[in-house]
Every structure is written in C-alpha cells, then in structure tokens.
Ligand binder design. Sequence first.
Ligand SMILES: C[S@@+](CC[C@H](N)C(=O)[O-])C[C@H]1O[C@@H](n2cnc3c(N)ncnc32)[C@H](O)[C@@H]1O
Length: 292
Amino acid sequence: MTITHADTAARTPVPTQSTYQSRVADYWNAEENPVNLELGKIDDLYHHHYGIGDADWSVLDEPDPDRRRERVAGELHRLEHAQAELLASHLGDLTPSDRVFDAGCGRGGGSVVANLRYGCHADGATISAKQAEFANEQARKRGIDDKVRYHHGNMLDTGFTSGAYAASWNNESTMYVELDLLFAEHARLLRRGGRYVTITGCYNDAYGRASREVSLINAHYICDIHPRSAYFNAMARNRLVPVHVEDLTETALPYWELRRKADHLVTGIEDTFLNAYRNGSFQYLLIAADRV
Ligand SMILES: C[S@@+](CC[C@H](N)C(=O)[O-])C[C@H]1O[C@@H](n2cnc3c(N)ncnc32)[C@H](O)[C@@H]1O
C-alpha cells in the first residue's frame, strides 16, 4: 500500500500543548491567592500583575486590624489598576469598532480596562480553562460579553483571524513562552500599523546572566524570564518596531514594599522581587511597538 504525504499528515495526532504548558495550565487552574482574589473582589476587576506608582503609606497606620487589611488591599489594588491603565494608554487611538487581543489574559481585568476605556471589542486567551470561564462570567455580569470574550487556548496559536486586531498586548505573560513564536502570532493578528504593548519583568543583560533572585522567581512561578535583549531581537525578527520603552523598575518598588507588609496577602516572593530590582539584575519594562 502506498501512503501519500497527505494521508500521513491527516492521521498524525498533533499535540496542541506541551507538557510544560500543561503544568502552567495546572498552576493557573489551581491558583487562588488572596492577593489576586481579594483585590479583584473590590470592584470586580481581576488583575494578576503587579502595581506601579507611589503608595499611600498611611494605610499601615490604621489601628483597627480588619480596617487595616481592607485599606492595604485597596491600596495594592489601586497600584495594580494604575499599571493596567498605563498599559491601556499605550494601545493607540482605538475606537469602539476596533478589536484587541489580550494574550495570557488571566482572570480578564486587562480586557475590561481596554473595553471601558475605548469601547472596543476584546479577545483574551489563557491556557487555563478555569480562568477563561471565570473571566467570561465576569463579562456577562458586567453586560459586556457581546464585546469582550475570553478563550481557553494557547496564545501562540490562537486560530483568530489574521490582521483583524488594531492592538494587542501581554501583561506579565511573556515569560511562559518562546518570544519568536509569541511575536509571530501577534504580528499575524495585528493589522499593519497596529500596536503591540508588553509590561514584563526581564533580566538585565548589563548585570550578566540570570541572578539567583531571577532563578528563584522562575521556580516560584514555573516560568522562564527572558533577558531584556531577547525582546528587541525577537521583535525585530517579527515586524514589531519599538516606539516607546519605559523602565518601570523604580516605580514598581512601593507596591512590593507595601505588599511585603500585608501579612494576609503575601505569597513569600516579595523580598526576592525587591532584592532583584535593587541589585540591578531584574527590570520591570514597558515596551510598545508598531506592527509594520
Ligand atoms: C501572571 S498571569 C497574567 C494575567 C493577565 N495578563 C493579567 O495581567 O492579569 C499569566 C497568564 O499567562 C497565561 N499563560 C501562560 N502561558 C500561556 C499560553 N501559552 N497561552 C495562553 N496563556 C498563557 C496564564 O494562563 C496566566 O493567565
């Protein structure tokens, strides 16, 4: 019997997800950290990223323990929200008919922020089925599910329509994937002149290789933090031309200082982040790029 190439291809099962990606999905399916859920409950905006800006330290002086916890959570949430707004402010002049792609969308806060700001359509993708379900339920409750949708899938291979997106982003989700594969997918989805934005932790090439702290963060989150240079190299190879680069490291410190004092919210990684930022081995960066 002769087997043609087409026959073979049709019969070969192609794994859609690597073992590593399944472990990442397991992590996010099981994740219920108070720092993510308690903060999200405040106004039903669920952010799974860190915060920026000056903190109101008076929250720590609150004498009533319950009220203190509430005020600290509120302040951390305000700083996380400021980070999401900063990212959204770099997405370009979007209109309600535009469509945006939220890659590695978590429980969905970023797409809601973009929709509230621009009235645009949004598609989020997360490798966690549980997160996608949770985020869709939130969109339904807000009455924006006609425009904001979350998909359980791999952001490297979304199946979404080529060139249909005016903007796209990764908010703290690039460290789970190979950058060339990720940026190829963004370049495919974005229309010419579309805007890509990422806010990410990266290790500092000027320091050298990944520091002990960076390795600890990798182990804590099951991720693989890239060096700063890798972003620009991979963007250049994938039709993404940086238009704005901002080092947010200094402005990220108050969030971590406050969070390490929030005994009901700490996850144990707070001091590692502070040490990594302070010893110069790790940077918190915003990169906005045009799809050319
Ligand atoms: C730190 S969370 C950030 C979530 C969200 N961007 C935010 O700012 O709230 C990382 C996210 O990346 C997602 N992720 C990791 N690898 C992925 C992949 N290959 N495809 C889709 N999502 C992925 C995880 O499911 C998780 O939602």
